[in-house]
Design a protein around this ligand. Structure first.
Ligand code: GLN
Length: 486
């Protein structure tokens, strides 16, 4: 069978279950596609062809033994900030360039239990700090829709691997938009679950109060299937909640009757690309046709403070989390000196890239005595206001809809010298992490062949409603079926 790499999870599962194809065949097809596409897109930092084929053989055995679950034998790519036992986990940083974890992240362990085939590890912005995957210490990843443009970030490698059909699905992580923004830029589906829905154990920490792991997939049903496996309580992560996890597949009903959707005007920001605005208006009108009651003019007036608050909170937490890379316990260690202090200093100097150092300095400054109250504490207060505002909005609306990004993917190099311009790529996504609510980005159209994503936001732990809206919209459109001209 040709083109097996193009299959979705559900399609591949049907074929595997019906013994029409084997996981080994599917894995070979993906590896072949990956080898071709990588020459152009550079989405992977590690490819594990040999172990992937072994896992595929195991999965085939499970299938013949009648033990086939929805993700059994399906090849995927994991962002390189999730620990994989025996496979390098670099965070796209020199400081972890040769780090091989002795354990699996809980999400990886859960996927292993269902028979995952791990094709490799995806490129990213170093320590997930960035919006374009240009901050990788190794190489930038390119957008398959236009190789001169960025794929978004920081989960750029994961989004590209799925968009370019290298992998059937991928995992990303999202601290301020890192799943949704690249999903939007690459025309795939990306979900940031509610804070606490998915275990963060084994995810290399960036900003612990904001980080979440989530799926990047070719369609909404696949997103639900991955969510079913990775969600739930984990005794290793005290921030994961013990509430029961619904079967997300059951939320996929293609009508939106009686659903109240609000459109917050602050997300249609100044400087937004006019074509993106038009695409959003058309997409929202589609939701109305599908039966949703749309309120076109909702106001969330604290939104304008979210970016500033995020760039205090995230670097503050990062500065504490990254203190562990001292060259003593693991990772890169500068040895060529007789003094311990100099060794630590040089380890960080040569081990971290410019953006990571910038965040550590920003965070250390914001947390230092005398500035703590003025910056960190104030940002925490703003955080509460933003969260309360969302809570109030969700008393009236079942969901809110916004663009995922104010523009289409920008050119490589265009924003690297201007951190503030780069930070602005996330204006629409980072308030969601600040409030801890779930968000999903789905394909909503194209401007001159470049993808535009629509973001849907919901109440804490109401991923089901997001998936329902996303599914209904997807059924009524065919953006998700279009493939990049690779
Ligand atoms: N682009 C944002 C940042 O650089 C968000 C990154 C993320 O979600 N990991 O902090």
């Amino acid at each position: 069978m040709d083109d097996l790499h193009r299959l979705t999870i559900s399609e591949a599962h049907q074929l595997l279950k019906g013994k029409k194809i084997s996981s080994v065949e599917l894995t070979r097809a993906c590896l072949k596609r990956l080898a071709q596409a990588e020459k152009k897109v550079h989405a992977c930092v590690t490819v594990c062809a040999e172990t992937a084929l072994k896992q595929a053989e195991e999965a085939d055995k499970a299938v013949s033994g009648g033990k086939v679950q929805p993700l059994t034998g399906i090849p995927a790519i994991i962002k390189d900030n999730m620990c994989t036992r025996g496979i390098k986990t670099t965070c796209a940083s020199r400081i972890l360039e040769n780090f091989v974890p002795p354990y699996n992240a809980t999400v990886v362990e859960k996927l292993k239990d269902t028979g995952i085939v791990i094709l490799g590890k995806a490129n990213m912005d170093e320590f997930a700090m960035g919006s374009s995957t240009e901050n990788s210490a190794f190489f930038p990843t390119r957008n398959p829709w236009d190789l001169d443009r960025v794929p978004g970030g920081s989960s750029g490698g994961s989004a590209v691997a799925v968009a370019a059909d290298e992998a059937i699905y991928a995992l990303g992580s999202d601290t301020g938009g890192s799943i949704r923004q690249p999903a939007g830029f690459c025309s795939v589906v990306g979900m940031k679950p509610t804070y606490g829905r998915v275990s963060r154990f084994g995810l290399v920490a960036f900003a612990s109060s904001l980080d979440q792991i989530g799926p990047i997939t070719k369609n909404v049903a696949d997103c639900a299937l991955v969510m079913n496996v990775i969600s739930g309580h984990d005794p290793h992560d005290s921030t994961s909640v013990p509430d029961p996890v619904p079967d997300y597949i059951r939320s996929l009903v293609p009508d939106l009757k009686k659903l109240r959707i609000g459109i917050p005007r602050e997300y249609f920001v100044e400087g937004m690309q006019p074509e993106v605005r038009v695409i959003m208006q058309t997409a929202i009108a589609r939701l109305e046709e599908l039966g949703a009651e749309v309120d076109w003019d909702v106001s969330l007036r604290h939104t304008k403070y979210a970016l500033a608050a995020y760039y205090i909170l995230a670097p503050s937490e990062a500065s504490a989390n990254l203190a562990r890379y001292d060259g003593v316990k693991y990772g890169f260690s500068y040895q060529d000196t007789s003094s311990m202090w100099e060794a630590m200093e040089k380890t960080k100097q040569f081990g971290f890239g410019a953006e990571v150092k910038r965040r550590i300095m920003l965070g250390t400054y914001a947390l230092s005595a005398g500035y703590y109250d003025a910056y960190y504490l104030k940002a925490q207060k703003v955080r509460t206001l933003i969260k309360q505002e969302f809570d109030r909005a969700f008393e009236k609306y079942d969901a809110l809809v916004t663009p995922t990004s104010p523009t289409v993917p920008f050119k490589l190099g265009e924003r690297v010298d201007d951190p503030v311009q780069m930070y602005l790529s996330d204006v629409c996504t980072l308030p969601i992490n600040i409030a801890g609510i779930p968000g999903i980005s789905i394909p909503a159209g194209f401007v001159d062949g470049l993808p535009v994503g629509m973001q849907i936001l919901g109440k804490h732990f109401d991923e089901a409603t997001l998936l329902r809206i996303a599914f209904a919209y997807e059924q009524a459109t065919d953006w998700h079926k279009q493939k990049p001209p690779l």
